[in-house]
Design a protein around this ligand. Structure first.
Ligand code: GEK
Length: 243
């Protein structure tokens, strides 16, 4: 499968807020690789944590799975664990691509993709739940209830892995972190115009919390053991365990 290049904002025009539609799904893998620093390093860390914490043949959910990259990478990195992977997303174009990719890599037997709204769809018991760069797209007022549902869906000893773009309330450092991220995007080949246009399109759609605010959501939901296992400026990955 070819990876189409993300040129969605190359002209600098912002016609509408960012949405997970067909045009985005088409270029999504390239967009993610070039927009999320250390994307695969974080998945590798998750693979190691899952291997430590879970018994073989456990079921794992990826909420907001997009084109299935995280689950495919986990299945590739953990061939001996025999995990069963279920990805949920509400964008049909993303799921089409996820299914095509898992067929192409001969993983259709262990990977399943379901269409659903992760804030309301049933979450049958799973030993591990992943939510990468998706909580930030849920309306802030719904986030506590969402994390609470994840806690309830996990058994004792269950593991929740959360990655988010964050903000810092230290305003000068926040500005520096944003600039450092923009420099990262420039190095990935995005122009100033594209970076500014994408930022505008995401303005009311991606609403980041700080690391502390995300940890507070987890604590309030009932998670007791919580650690940040990855941080690169405003990008963070957290592991939380249910007792
Ligand atoms: C990855 N985790 O590759 N219900 C279901 N899906 C939703 C909802 C919702 N309420 N809101 C947003 N989404 C992936 C990347 S992308 C992050 C996740 C990004 C879905 C949306 O359709 C999209 O596929 C995903 O959440 C967010 O690591 O684009 O920056």
């Amino acid at each position: 499968m070819t990876t189409n290049e993300d040129t969605l904002y190359a002209t600098g025009a912002v016609e509408e807020d960012f949405a997970f539609n067909d045009r985005v799904a088409e270029v999504f893998d390239d967009m993610l690789n070039r927009s999320i620093p250390y994307y695969r390093t974080v998945i590798d860390g998750m693979a190691q944590l899952l291997a430590c914490r879970l018994a073989p043949r456990a079921t794992l959910y990826d909420l907001g799975c997009s084109t299935g990259t995280t689950l495919l990478e986990l299945a590739r990195r953990l061939p001996d664990m025999g995990f069963h992977y279920i990805g949920i997303d509400n964008a049909p174009a993303m799921l089409d691509k996820a299914r095509r990719k898992s067929a192409m890599f001969n993983k259709s037997e262990v990977l399943q993709f379901k269409e659903g709204d992760i804030t309301s769809c049933p979450l049958p018991l799973a030993a591990g739940i992943i939510c990468n760069y998706t909580l930030q797209f849920l309306r802030p007022l719904t986030r506590q209830a969402f994390v609470g549902r994840i806690f309830d869906a996990l058994p004792e000893g269950g593991i929740f892995l959360l990655s988010e773009k964050t903000i810092s309330h230290a305003s000068r450092l926040n500005r520096d972190f944003i600039e450092i991220y923009h420099n990262f995007k420039k190095k990935q080949g995005y122009s100033e115009l594209e970076i500014a246009a994408k930022r505008e399109a995401l303005e009311n759609v991606l609403i980041p919390f700080s690391l502390d605010e995300n940890i507070a959501l987890l604590r309030e939901a009932g998670f007791e053991e919580i650690e940040t296992f990855f941080k690169w400026f405003n990008f963070t990955a957290i592991v939380a365990l249910k007792r």
